[in-house]
Design a protein around this ligand. Sequence first.
Ligand code: HEC
Ligand code: HEC
Ligand code: HEC
Ligand code: HEC
Ligand code: HEC
Length: 218
Amino acid sequence: MNWLKSRLLTVILGVAVLLAGSVFLTSFTNNIKLPDNHQGYEPVQPIAYSHRLHAGELGIDCLHCHGGAERSKNAGIPPVKTCMNCHKFVTAPWVDVKAEGDLADKEKRKSREIISPELKKLFEHMGRDSASAPANPAPIEWVRVHNLPAHVYFNHSAHVNAGVSCQKCHGAVETMERVRQVSDLSMGWCVNCHREANVFGISGTKVQASTDCVTCHH
Ligand code: HEC
Ligand code: HEC
Ligand code: HEC
Ligand code: HEC
Ligand code: HEC
């Protein structure tokens, strides 16, 4: 009898421990905040600026607009001024300008300045309603695509100067109409590349990409 009681007690205790354990585990895993994964994020921007057109078709170098990537922690977003270097002269796509020219010719009208709706937004940021009016630039509120948590330290120039291409981390931006987050920006993504780079180098050059916690968390 005593023997049975103690066996029962053990079983009951065992079940209780298991139950408590599983309750603890579920509440634990439910409370672990899995890192936000924004892979694929592709926000709509205030102006339909196209990397496919500018960096792809027109072949403008990434560093022309993101020169910070070579010199500093941040790649940086270019000011309206950088856009206006060209858009003082380019106020609409060539096809529209040409179509307007043909029309003007046919109807013997004087060609007027044509401004496409997307570029009109750009001129409005310059405080202008035409390409030639005086300038009073206001920043464009571009929507940030990539965002590491505040506890992570990242540095562009360290990577760019070690020969890691923009595309390795950001994908083929020069084919994107709208920028999309291609990599998941997880810790595993960073650390795996550091490990591989230490073994295989970057384009044949030996590198030392630290995997110490303090390299990325300080
Ligand atoms: C003529 C200027 C210009 C050129 C050239 C250019 N960019 Fe950009 N880039 C921008 C602007 C403006 C934004 C902000 C709007 C947007 O996200 O589209 C941006 C945004 C980005 C972003 C997203 C930043 C974020 O918010 O997280 C990445 C990544 C990027 N560019 C990479 C590149 C790469 C790679 C190239 C070359 C293949 C390149 N860019 C060429 C102007 C430029
Ligand atoms: C090196 C010159 C150059 C720079 C710098 C440049 N663009 Fe352009 N952009 C052009 C050209 C050329 C076109 C027209 C291409 C065509 O004919 O389709 C154009 C077209 C555009 C269009 C499309 C217009 C439409 O209605 O289809 C937008 C919007 C635009 N650019 C925005 C920007 C913004 C914003 C910036 C700054 C971040 C910028 N551009 C910087 C040369 C430039
Ligand atoms: C080793 C990976 C890696 C490489 C290489 C890289 N980037 Fe980035 N980039 C990132 C990460 C990660 C972020 C997000 C940083 C943050 O949130 O602090 C980012 C953010 C950006 C941004 C947002 C704004 C800013 O100031 O940082 C732009 C623009 C950008 N990258 C452009 C580029 C361009 C252009 C190149 C090539 C010249 C490049 N990146 C190379 C990983 C990379
Ligand atoms: C595609 C490969 C690759 C990816 C992805 C990558 N790194 Fe790196 N990282 C490198 C290389 C290569 C170096 C430079 C090694 C050298 O200079 O010898 C480096 C160096 C660094 C350094 C050292 C910079 C310094 O000041 O010495 C930091 C910090 C760093 N990476 C953080 C990150 C973080 C955070 C991420 C993820 C968000 C990341 N890296 C993703 C390849 C990568
Ligand atoms: C090469 C860069 C890099 C190194 C080295 C690194 N981490 Fe991270 N770590 C990251 C990034 C990036 C994140 C953010 C991941 C995310 O938000 O998805 C992160 C996130 C974390 C988090 C938070 C997880 C969460 O849920 O937000 C902890 C904890 C952490 N790292 C601990 C460590 C420890 C401990 C080490 C050393 C063994 C280490 N890390 C080394 C890049 C790194």
